[in-house]
Ligand binder design. Structure first.
Ligand SMILES: [Zn+2]
Length: 245
């Protein structure tokens, strides 16, 4: 089952990578698969194989010879690792696949935010609908806890959105809502806390050292994703440990 989960994760990550430019809401949906965002050359047969294609061309596009973005290396193996973790941590194969899938969505949103400073609606809205539609599918949380998680995320991050003066964007709110609907209550509190703490631990030193200015763009997507994935896999044990139950 672990191997099957790894293969499914690898294939999902690879597919997302190959169609990555399609995830952005401003791009056309149709057209051939390509990996290189620079020349958008159609995929060669070797590149259809996960990991091997990227390794073969030593991380460069075989057509225009420019460096491929980070996700070309990390998305497929990262997704496989998330599916394996899900299979080991989440009870039941179906829920584990669901957890692996949403963890991979958070990984993909990390890369869209890093690459283009965007949390694309084309990814986040269908994922929110999917999370709501599968609210019944989790073994250890009720439908009520799932929607309470979404509502909690919306309340907590709306406060950050209003007081963040543009630093914490509306895309971040939508991504947090997705986290709430995926991990439920009380894990969402763990997720928001870990995400905020990780962002603070990373950003504050850079602000103090004046490497970053107060007006510089900070991608919060990766930190929300860290919080979401930790909360998805270990939210309840962390909650129980913190409140010493
Ligand atoms: Zn190219």
């Amino acid at each position: 089952m672990v191997i099957l989960a790894a293969v499914l994760g690898l294939l999902l990550g690879h597919t997302l990578d190959v169609f990555f430019d399609r995830l952005y809401t401003d791009g056309p949906l149709a057209g051939p698969a390509h990996r290189c965002p620079h020349c958008q050359h159609a995929l060669r047969p070797l590149q259809l194989i996960p990991i091997v294609g990227v390794a073969w061309s030593r991380g460069r596009c075989p057509d225009c010879d420019r460096r491929l973005p980070l996700r070309a290396f990390l998305l497929a193996p990262g997704s496989a690792a998330l599916f394996v973790t899900a299979e080991l941590v989440v009870a039941g194969f179906g829920p584990a696949l669901l957890a692996g899938f949403f963890a991979t969505v958070f990984l993909a949103l990390t890369f869209t935010d890093l690459e283009r400073r965007l949390i694309p609606n084309r990814v986040v809205y269908p994922s929110i609908l999917l999370a709501a539609a599968f609210s019944w599918a989790w073994p250890d949380r009720s439908v009520l806890e799932v929607f309470a998680g979404g509502a909690t995320a919306l309340v907590l991050t709306s406060v950050m959105f209003v007081f963040g003066r543009g630093a914490f964007g509306f895309g971040d709110v939508k991504m947090s809502l997705l986290m709430g609907l995926v991990v439920g209550l009380p894990s969402v509190v763990v997720g928001v806390f870990i995400g905020t703490f990780a962002a603070g631990a990373f950003v504050l030193p850079l602000l103090l050292l004046r490497i970053l200015g107060r007006r510089d763009y900070i991608a919060y997507g990766p930190f929300i994703a860290i919080g979401a994935v930790v909360a998805l896999f270990w939210g309840e044990p962390i909650w129980d440990w913190y409140f010493d139950r």
